[in-house]
Design a protein around this ligand. Structure first.
Ligand code: SF4
Ligand code: SF4
Length: 559
């Protein structure tokens, strides 16, 4: 005999986030009238300890076999409520969440009655779907206990060492012949004054000597297939190809400094970049009577809207360097806004001023003009043009995305932002993870970062990557695609081509070419199920029947 459906509905006030804008009491009353609902409770905070205990108690005492929580966003709270069901002995996938906060009270703050009616619609839809939910079992997959780190700059070396020190085998692939990345081109690091190249060399030595790190320089990653736990990597160096398997991947491929061709008379001689100035310092070849630095050269303009974050600090550091090497040299920094965030950088800014560095604000609509032996700038406060003597002009240029980013994003099926830097899975909840499981990012590959920030991110990414490695077995949510009708599948491969996560493949079976789902790689996005004209694929907990029932409930008039 079919099990009798017994649904419990928990309506959350979310303090005043929901209760302040929709009539929660009315929602609770309304929920009691819905089919299969046998228990309803309004909570001040359903996610609080008392709210959680009320759900558990109701499951046991009321014999609930489905739970609906009408509250906030599943993105943050669904795992908690699923876990609650599980602790009370109910399969966690017999749970449905209805978002009456972000999708209702927050967006209808001024329309209490209409907002309340919409919340009723949403709850009715959730209850209708909940009645058709089926129990699901988590998917488990063993992890290959190895890691690939792409990039041998400071973030790549740090991440590789952090993982190797935890005992995991690391493959560190760097396309240049030498480890160190941008550090090799810098003179001193602020605020410590440490020698950048020496620091890079000390880290490189640790990497080279580490028994758990297999270093592959002058090597490029050519192919990556598979999914978390089982990535298959093909790397190439010269004519040699090498294949190995890893469980996780960290992208630490860095960025490059914009060459400001065509900007402010850049010529690499009298008009140079900050990086080229550091090169003069390193070679002890700096000499100038008057230096003018121009900030935001090629940044925060129509073509490249972002602030590169670190160039102001680089200019301050190098201005101080000039004053220390040659106190009589005049240094003027022409800026749009000075980004010296945090007390430490503020202190560096103050120090530069005390040493006699002069700061002059310029307007982007009337930028400085670099001429023979001088730079002309329109002074905002004086309201007139100033001629500044300059035998050396230094342009503070932004970091731009690595030239290989597009190719790497295709290899890994991960996203880039509008400036072609790699895009994290979620700006707050997954800042060091990609949306694709088992792939992490750090350093300048993500956005321009100081050396200290790059190191922190690398340690963070290595920690994130260690979680699945340490578990040894990956447990994945079972809300994934399933081949529900093998006979219907024609093996056309349309779904395979469209799956953004590489979670489908065509295999030969006794019945011919058929699609096969790789559940651990699937993110349950639904593209395949929506694409398949044969209805051969379906997403667990989002079946055609369940969604159809939700739509029918939506179209019903409120009782
Ligand atoms: Fe084609 Fe559908 Fe089979 Fe995919 S599941 S291969 S779209 S018939
Ligand atoms: Fe790929 Fe999305 Fe289908 Fe999963 S649900 S197989 S991720 S298209």
């Amino acid at each position: 005999m079919a099990e009798k459906i017994r649904i419990g509905v928990f309506v959350c006030d979310c303090g005043s986030n929901i209760a302040g804008y929709v009539d929660v009491k009315e929602l609770a009353e309304y929920s009691r009238t819905l089919p299969n609902v046998v228990y309803v409770k309004e909570n001040l905070y359903t996610c609080s300890e008392s709210g959680i205990n009320e759900i558990k108690a109701a499951i046991r005492q009321q014999n609930l076999n489905r739970v609906v929580v009408a509250s906030c966003t599943p993105r943050t709270h669904e795992p908690l409520f699923r876990g609650t069901c599980e602790e009370a002995g109910l399969n966690p996938y017999l749970f449905e969440m209805v978002n009456i906060r972000d999708q209702c009270s927050w967006v209808h703050m001024q329309e209490r009655e209409e907002g309340t009616n919409k919340a009723k619609d949403l709850i009715r839809m959730g209850v209708a779907k909940a009645a058709l939910l089926e129990p699901q079992e988590s998917i488990k997959s063993e992890m290959d206990p190895n890691a690939l780190v792409m990039g041998g700059g400071i973030s790549g070396m740090t991440a590789a060492l952090a993982l190797a020190n935890r005992g995991y085998q690391v493959f560190l692939v760097e396309k240049q012949a030498q480890l160190g990345g941008l550090l090799l081109k810098l003179d001193k690091l602020a605020p410590s004054g440490a020698d950048a190249a020496a620091f890079a060399a000390s880290q490189a030595e640790l990497v080279q000597k580490h028994p758990k790190i297999r270093l592959m320089t002058s090597t490029e990653v050519r192919e990556i297939s598979g999914y978390i736990g089982h990535f298959k990597v093909t790397a190439a160096s010269g004519g040699n190809r090498d294949q190995f398997g890893v469980g996780v991947i960290i992208v630490a491929t860095g960025a490059q400094v914009l060459k400001p061709h065509g900007l402010f008379g850049y010529n690499g001689k009298r008009v140079i970049t900050q990086l080229e100035l550091e090169d003069l310092f390193r070679k002890d070849a700096f000499s100038a009577g008057n230096v003018v630095m121009i900030q935001c050269a090629g940044a925060r303009i129509e073509e490249r809207k972002y602030c590169s974050r670190i160039c102001c600090m680089v200019a301050l550091k190098n201005a101080i360097q000039i004053k220390e090497r040659s106190p009589g040299t005049g240094v003027r920094i022409l800026y749009r806004d000075i980004q010296a965030y945090g007390t430490e950088n503020e202190e560096i800014y103050r120090r530069a001023r005390e040493m006699g560095v002069i700061f002059i604000n310029y307007d982007v609509s009337n930028p400085p003009k670099v001429e023979e032996e001088k730079v002309t700038v329109a002074h905002q406060l004086l309201g007139r043009e100033l001629d500044l003597p300059a035998d050396l002009v230094v342009l503070s240029t932004p970091l731009v995305a690595g030239e290989d980013n597009e190719a790497i994003s295709k290899l890994l099926r991960v996203s880039l932002d509008e400036n072609k830097f790699f895009l994290e899975g979620h700006v707050k909840l997954k800042p060091l993870d990609f949306a694709t499981d088992g792939v992490y990012l750090c350093g300048n590959a993500h956005y321009p970062a100081t050396v200290r920030e790059a190191i922190s991110q690398a340690l963070g990414a290595a920690s994130r990557a260690s979680i699945p490695l340490a578990k040894g077995v990956m447990t994945v949510e079972p809300i994934v695609s399933t081949l529900v009708d093998e006979d219907a599948c024609r093996g056309c491969g349309l779904c395979v081509a469209l799956c953004p996560y590489g979670a489908l493949e065509i295999v030969r079976t006794e019945k011919g070419r058929k699609v096969r789902v790789i559940p651990v790689a699937c993110k349950g996005c639904g593209v395949c199920a929506a694409t398949c004209y044969q209805h051969a694929l379906s997403i667990n907990s989002y079946t055609d029947e369940q969604i159809g029932e939700q739509i029918s409930a939506c179209l019903e008039a409120q009782g």
